[in-house]
Ligand binder design. Structure first.
Ligand SMILES: [Zn+2]
Ligand SMILES: [Zn+2]
Length: 324
């Protein structure tokens, strides 16, 4: 399923099967979860970096072929890959263990073709092992929503037993709350939909309300998932002194002007950009241990446009997963 131009529906097409190059593997895709970032790319909110492009960066499948100089994978291995398609390995950021900030980093379904397809070619050293605890469809929503949700929790500085706010309650927050509860955190959820407020409570939120509601106690940390600057300010308003808001969004509509009083007393606002392979491996291990339960609806690959429009309309509960 190919995006030719932002604002147009994806087009179904057949291509000759490509072969993996040096250091690459070809994956037969068995599941690819749909991320909000895919929607932002298709709608033009996120500027395209390559076009035409096959979107999709939560890919699970089996290794079909290995390219030259690949020793760590064999045909038939279960493999998955997320948003980070590659990094240079040589720059200051890569050397500091922050490959998520590498200026030469490449992204799946943005710089190179992704998983809205029957096959995908990925860098062998950026592919991940799918944990045995998960079948392919269950694992797919972990790869972006889960991994970046995990990095957001780390960036928020939330400590075990701390008071955490989650602003927005889509696929990523559904996973983040399970990690936070595993860490013994008290969780407060703000989200627009009453249905999601109720669902948050069934997943262990102590309290839930709308974006305009203030949680009953000041928060140690908050993670915002909505692509809205107003929601960031709402989260900032709910923080205790010294608390942090981590923004889990690649695209934000705007940052509204706000009173310095909201930031004073060493409150922090931080962004969360991508993830490192170390984050991904840590999340997949933790997900198997907890174990995290993903909720999703499945769509056939050719139904990718339906899945995207359901996500746009806020109709997807949990994640949408494409199954070729
Ligand atoms: Zn680098
Ligand atoms: Zn994503």
């Amino acid at each position: 399923m190919v995006l030719d131009r932002a604002g147009e529906p994806l087009r179904e097409m057949t291509r000759e099967e490509a072969l993996p190059g040096d250091g690459e593997i070809a994956i037969d895709v068995t599941a690819c979860a749909v991320c909000r970032t895919d929607l932002q790319l298709c709608d033009g909110d996120l500027p395209a970096r390559a076009m035409p492009i096959v979107p999709g960066h939560q890919i699970v499948g089996r290794v079909a072929r290995v390219g030259a100089n690949v020793t760590s994978w064999r045909a038939g291995d279960r493999a998955c890959v997320g948003w980070l398609a590659g990094a240079c390995g040589a720059c200051v950021q890569c050397k500091r263990g922050r490959e998520n900030l590498c200026e030469a980093a490449r992204f799946t379904g943005w710089d190179r073709d992704g998983g809205y397809a029957t096959h995908a070619i990925v860098r062998a050293d950026f592919a991940l092992r799918t944990p045995d605890a998960f079948d392919d469809v269950d694992a797919a929503p972990l790869l972006c929503g889960g991994v970046i949700g995990y990095r957001s929790l780390v960036r928020s500085g939330i400590a075990p037993g701390g008071k955490l706010g989650l602003y927005g309650f889509g696929a990523s927050a559904t996973i983040a709350i399970q990690i936070a509860r595993h860490w013994g955190c008290r969780v407060f959820v703000c989200t627009r939909s009453k249905e999601e407020q109720a669902r948050a409570k069934t997943l262990g939120a102590e309290w839930s309300g709308g974006y305009g509601d203030l949680p009953p106690e000041p928060l140690d940390a908050a993670v915002t998932f909505a692509p809205s600057g107003d929601v960031v300010i709402a989260a900032l308003r709910a923080l205790d002194r010294g608390g942090t808001v981590a923004i889990n969004a690649i695209h934000l509509d705007r940052v509204p002007q706000f009173s310095y009083d909201l930031l004073w007393w060493e409150r922090n606002v931080v962004s969360v950009a991508n993830y490192t392979r170390e984050d991904a491996r840590a999340l997949l291990e933790l997900a198997a241990k907890i174990p995290i339960r993903t909720t999703y609806e499945t769509h056939p690959l050719a139904g990718a446009n339906v899945a995207l429009s359901r996500l746009r309309d806020g109709e997807v509960r949990g994640a949408a997963v494409l199954v070729p």
